[in-house]
Ligand binder design. Structure first.
Ligand code: CTP
Ligand code: CA
Length: 225
């Protein structure tokens, strides 16, 4: 006979994860977005489920399958992602791995914009809500652990420390996405964990391994809290 499986380190917890890019419409047939593949966020959702958590994954458009055993909510825009995140709370842990578009087009055209003698359209942009900062600064119903990501091409640690303070989260997972690092869309990642007590740098490893190590770290932090 097999002994019953030990409960995982995140058993009894609801973990919320955002993943993938967002898409911001220009008109009914065009959008702006970014190169996020969703691989790291989806791997974190899988790892959290394997650690025994109930997991909600809020994802922008990606070409990955929904992870098994994870409640997956599909959204397109940043504002839809924020609404889905708020609807999924409460959670004890929230991990914001999505590459949210910073701006959306101010006046989305109701019909397809046509070429014409007037030349190219002059698009103007407005800033999207910061989902991570909105949730981390909540007075009520804030998850116990709020984790952000920081994709940086330079001054990785300084920028990550500034984001930790500005966004009010507990931990920033900073990765270097400079040209040549192959992190966007690739299968491996070099990350720095930036928290109030300092920085820990992990050797380059697969995004699955980063996800498992991050989930183990969050389990330890929850146990201490
Ligand atoms: N984030 C978010 N909502 C936004 C923008 C970012 O939730 N509108 C989250 C990301 O999911 C990530 C963290 O904030 O966890 C940092 O994202 P990043 O793009 O690195 O930081 P920004 O504050 O947008 O700053 P910038 O792009 O100028 O570096
Ligand atoms: Ca950004």
């Amino acid at each position: 006979l097999l002994a019953p499986a030990a409960p995982g380190p995140l058993a009894g917890h609801h973990v919320l994860v955002t993943s993938g890019p967002t898409r911001e419409a220009i008109d009914p047939v065009r959008y702006i977005s970014n190169h996020s593949s969703g691989k790291q966020g989806h791997a974190i959702a899988r790892a959290a489920a394997e650690a025994g958590a109930r997991v909600t994954l809020v994802t922008g458009p990606v070409s990955l399958p929904d992870p098994a055993g994870v409640a997956t909510v599909h959204v397109e825009s940043a504002r839809e992602m924020l609404a889905a995140v708020e609807a999924a709370l409460p959670a004890t842990v929230a991990i914001f791995a999505a590459a949210v578009a910073d701006w959306r087009v101010a006046d989305v055209a109701g019909g397809k914009i046509k070429k014409g003698p007037g030349g190219p359209p002059a698009l103007s942009f407005v800033e999207n809500p910061d989902i991570l900062a909105t949730i981390a600064h909540r007075k009520q119903g804030r998850p116990d652990l709020v984790v952000g990501f920081a994709a940086e091409t330079e001054n990785v640690l300084d920028n990550a420390r500034a984001k930790l303070a500005r966004k009010g989260c507990d931990l920033i997972v900073a990765n270097d996405v400079a040209v040549g690092t192959d992190t966007f869309g690739g299968d491996s990642n070099t990350v720095h964990l930036v928290g109030a007590s300092g920085v820990e740098t992990w050797a380059r490893q697969s995004k699955d391994a980063v996800a498992r190590a991050l989930v183990a770290e969050l389990g330890r932090r929850l146990a201490k809290a």
